[in-house]
Design a protein around this ligand. Structure first.
Ligand code: ADP
Ligand code: MG
Length: 316
C-alpha cells in the first residue's frame, strides 16, 4: 500500500463572505511530486497555509504523517520544509547566516548544522554568495536562498508555493531540477504553480483547483484522458476537395475536420495512427500538403474543458 503523507478532508476556509476553500480534499502519497495547479486566486496559498496550521480554517480535517496537524505540532513541523510564495529571509543576515538560522530551528548539533548549511548552499548553487546580504541578490538568487532556508534541515516533506514566479529562465531550470533531485533523494514534494508547463515537466500527479475546489486529480495522462479529444492534428495545405475532407471525417475516431483556407485541423478521440490514416487519404488522392503537426491535449485543455475558461486568463 502506498503511504499517505498528507490527507486533507473537506477543507473549508472563509475570508468573511469569500469562500476561499470549498470542501477541498487531497491525498498525497509518499514519494510523489504532487502539483497543485490553479490560476491566481484559486486558493493554492490558502491551502498551504491551512495545511501548515498557519491559518485557522472553518471546517475540515488535516493529517500529516498520519497525525492530526495543529498549530503546536512541532514534531510534524520539523519534518516539513516550507518555501513560501513571498520570500521570507532576514535582510540583516547574510546568505550563510540566513540558512544557518532556519536550519538551527530544527538541528541543534553544531557540526551537523554546519555540514547541512554547506550542503544547502551547494545544492542551490550559492557558493559564491555565502557572504552576500539578501538585498544584493538578484530575484532568482533570492529565490534560491529562500529554497535553501526551507530545505537545509533535510525535511521529508517539502512544500513549495510558486517558487519560480518572476525568476529568470536559468534560475527557474535550476529550481525545477533541484526539486526533482530532492525527490530522488527521498523527499515528498508539494508544488503549487499556475504554470501548466512546470507541472507537466516535474509532477507525478496533479490536482487542478479553481475557486477553492479541487476539480480534477490524477496523472497528466489520466486527466487528459478525461476530456474528449485526445489529439489535434494540423496539416498545412492550400486546398482540399470536399470529397477528401468527407473521407477524413469518415475515419474512425475523428471528432471533426475543418479546413480554413490554409490548414486542415482534425480533432481525434483516442485511437492510434490517426495521422498516418489521414496522410494516406491525402496521398491516395494526390493532395499536396506542407507541414504537419500533432498535438496531444495539455492540462490547459483539461482546465478549459471543466471550467470553460483558460488557465492563463489571469496572467499579465
Ligand atoms: P492562490 O494562492 O491560488 O493565488 P490564494 O489562496 O492566495 O490563491 O487566495 C484565494 C482567494 O482568497 C483569493 O480570492 C484571494 O483574494 C483571497 N484571499 C487570500 N488571502 C486573503 C486574506 N488574507 N483576506 C481576504 N481574502 C484573501
Ligand atoms: Mg498563492
Amino acid at each position: 500500500m502506498e503511504n499517505t503523507i498528507v490527507k486533507i478532508e473537506n477543507l473549508v476556509k472563509r475570508y468573511k463572505e469569500l469562500i476561499a476553500l470549498d470542501h477541498l480534499s487531497l491525498d498525497i502519497k509518499q514519494g510523489e511530486i504532487f502539483g497543485l495547479l490553479g490560476p491566481n486566486g484559486s486558493g493554492k496559498s490558502t491551502t498551504i497555509n491551512c495545511l501548515l496550521s498557519l491559518l485557522t480554517y472553518d471546517k475540515g480535517n488535516i493529517e500529516i504523517f498520519g497525525k492530526k496537524m495543529t498549530p503546536d505540532s512541532y514534531d510534524i513541523k520539523g519534518r516539513i520544509g516550507i518555501i513560501m510564495q513571498d520570500v521570507a529571509v532576514f535582510n540583516e543576515l547574510n546568505v550563510y547566516d540566513n540558512i544557518d538560522y532556519f536550519c538551527g530551528l530544527y538541528i541543534s548539533d553544531k557540526a551537523k548544522r554546519k555540514q547541512y548549511v554547506q550542503e544547502a548552499i551547494e545544492f542551490v548553487g550559492l557558493e559564491n554568495f555565502a557572504k552576500f546580504y539578501p538585498k544584493k541578490l538578484s530575484g532568482g538568487l533570492l529565490r534560491r536562498l529562500n529554497i535553501a532556508c526551507g530545505i537545509a534541515h533535510k525535511p521529508e516533506l517539502i512544500i513549495l508555493d510558486e517558487p519560480t514566479v518572476a525568476v529568470d529562465p536559468q534560475s527557474r531550470n535550476k529550481i525545477l531540477e533541484g526539486i526533482q533531485q530532492l525527490n530522488r533523494n527521498g523527499a515528498t514534494i508539494i508544488y503549487t504553480t499556475h504554470y501548466m508547463e512546470e507541472v507537466e515537466q516535474i509532477c507525478s500527479r496533479v490536482a487542478i483547483i479553481d475557486k477553492g475546489k479541487c476539480i480534477a486529480v490524477g496523472t497528466k495522462e489520466e486527466l487528459t484522458k478525461m476530456i474528449g479529444n485526445t489529439e489535434t492534428i494540423t496539416i498545412n495545405m492550400n486546398d482540399i476537395p470536399d470529397d477528401v475532407i468527407s473521407a477524413v471525417r469518415e475515419l474512425k475516431h475523428i471528432i471533426e475536420a475543418v479546413f480554413d483556407g490554409s490548414k486542415l485541423t482534425v480533432k481525434c478521440s483516442g485511437g492510434n495512427h490517426n495521422l498516418v490514416k489521414i496522410l494516406n487519404i491525402l496521398s491516395e488522392k494526390n493532395i499536396p500538403f506542407g507541414r504537419v503537426f500533432s498535438e496531444l491535449p495539455t492540462l490547459n485543455d483539461v482546465f478549459l474543458e471543466i471550467t470553460g475558461k483558460a488557465l492563463r486568463d489571469e496572467e499579465v
